[in-house]
Design a protein around this ligand. Structure first.
Ligand code: ZN
Ligand code: ZN
Length: 366
């Protein structure tokens, strides 16, 4: 068979890591809409339509919701399922499976896998691989949600376009053997769609109707739209807002920042400057209490129950040394103390006759 010349070839996506990376890279060209808005990557129109439609329905839901006959329990239930979904993402996919910051018995891993399914995101395998690549190649083309490509791209845009070839290349190099060998992850991979449908949409919607006579309409709007969409945005904000806005007390050279707002909505995942410096800390934060880190509260409870153990965290000394060396001087304890040490010296003025370094405009010779 004669190969199709590059010019005539249509871009084909990387399906399940089977595409030849060389062909993918050759065919990878920026798309544009009506030739006006230009993008760096080929667009995924199915995702654009899905995500746009979901948000249109979200706004329609805000408009159409029957606020007069609102049942308080239904809202409490939305916060509860939102919290359960959040824990599956933060305590499960993130702190356990991606970063291995603690160990968990099969019961807890099964619980966290179900919680994660409730969030209705990607498969655990994809999530973990993407997040490991994100940490290893932050803010480069190999970062799936490279925040240097702007807020929208880091937040949701990355899901609407094909991955940069570097993301795929580096993703394939990531060691995923630990995840692949976990029977809980294997189960999740095998039953991904039924688990997502049942745990994210069907069961959470049936419960209010069955137990407190909520209407189907209100239950669907609250669970399948309000709760689902907001929990997606809470997760996405870690990749966007927490990579842009906030202080950098642990390493001033990187984008990830300490963002209190993101910590509240993402259950403690907004202490992102710390997290990128110490990704193996199970708390994903140095300071603060459970209020701003609900995930840590749950992990500590699981540890007390004996379901979680080997919870890793850096010593105070190591944290202090790091702050002193790389922080931006905003750390509440060591920041002020060491701020002077971090001051970058100004370039001293060269001597008058040092013409290799100094230019004097309109010099008057004496
Ligand atoms: Zn990050
Ligand atoms: Zn992480």
């Amino acid at each position: 068979m004669t190969p199709i010349p590059t010019k005539q070839r249509k871009f084909t996506a990387d399906h399940r890591n089977k595409t030849d990376l060389n062909i993918y890279t050759e065919d990878f060209k920026g798309d544009s809409i009506f030739g006006i808005i230009k993008f760096k990557a080929p667009l995924k129109w199915d995702k654009i339509i899905q995500i746009t439609a979901l948000h249109l329905v979200f706004f329609y839901g805000i408009y159409a919701y029957d606020y007069d006959n609102h049942i308080f329990y239904t809202t409490i239930w939305s916060f509860t399922t939102g919290g359960i979904a959040g824990l599956g993402v933060t305590g499960g996919a993130h702190r356990l499976w991606t970063h291995r910051s603690y160990k968990a018995n099969t019961l807890l891993r099964a619980i966290l896998m179900c919680c994660f399914s409730l969030a209705g995101q990607n498969t655990l395998f994809d999530w973990v691989r993407d997040h490991r690549v994100h940490h290893k190649y932050s803010e480069t083309d190999a970062d799936p949600h490279n925040s240097n490509r702007g807020f929208f791209f880091a937040h949701v845009g990355w899901l609407m376009m094909h991955k940069h070839p570097d993301v795929i290349k580096r993703g394939r190099q990531i060691d995923m053997s630990d995840v692949l060998n976990d029977p809980v992850v294997q189960f999740h991979q095998k039953y991904f769609i039924p688990l997502k449908m049942l745990l994210c949409f069907i069961i959470p919607t049936i419960i209010p109707v069955y137990f407190w006579n909520e209407t189907w309409e209100a239950s669907i709007i609250q669970q399948c739209i309000f709760r689902y969409v907001s929990s997606l945005h809470f997760t996405w904000s870690v990749n966007s807002a927490a990579h842009m806005w906030g202080y950098r007390p642990y390493d001033r050279r990187i984008n990830p920042s300490e963002n209190r707002f993101v910590s509240v909505i993402a259950m403690g995942e907004g202490w992102h400057n710390y997290h990128h410096v110490f990704p193996w800390d199970y708390k994903a934060a140095e300071l603060g209490n459970y209020k701003l880190n609900l995930t840590t509260m749950w992990l500590d409870i699981f540890a007390k129950l004996g379901w979680a153990w080997d919870m890793k965290q850096p010593s105070e000394e190591l944290i202090k040394r790091t702050i002193v060396k790389y922080g931006d001087g905003t750390h509440p304890i060591y920041g002020d103390q060491y701020h002077d040490h971090q001051h970058v010296e100004e370039v001293p003025v060269p001597k008058d006759d040092d013409t290799s370094n100094l230019i004097i405009y309109n010099r008057k010779s004496e």
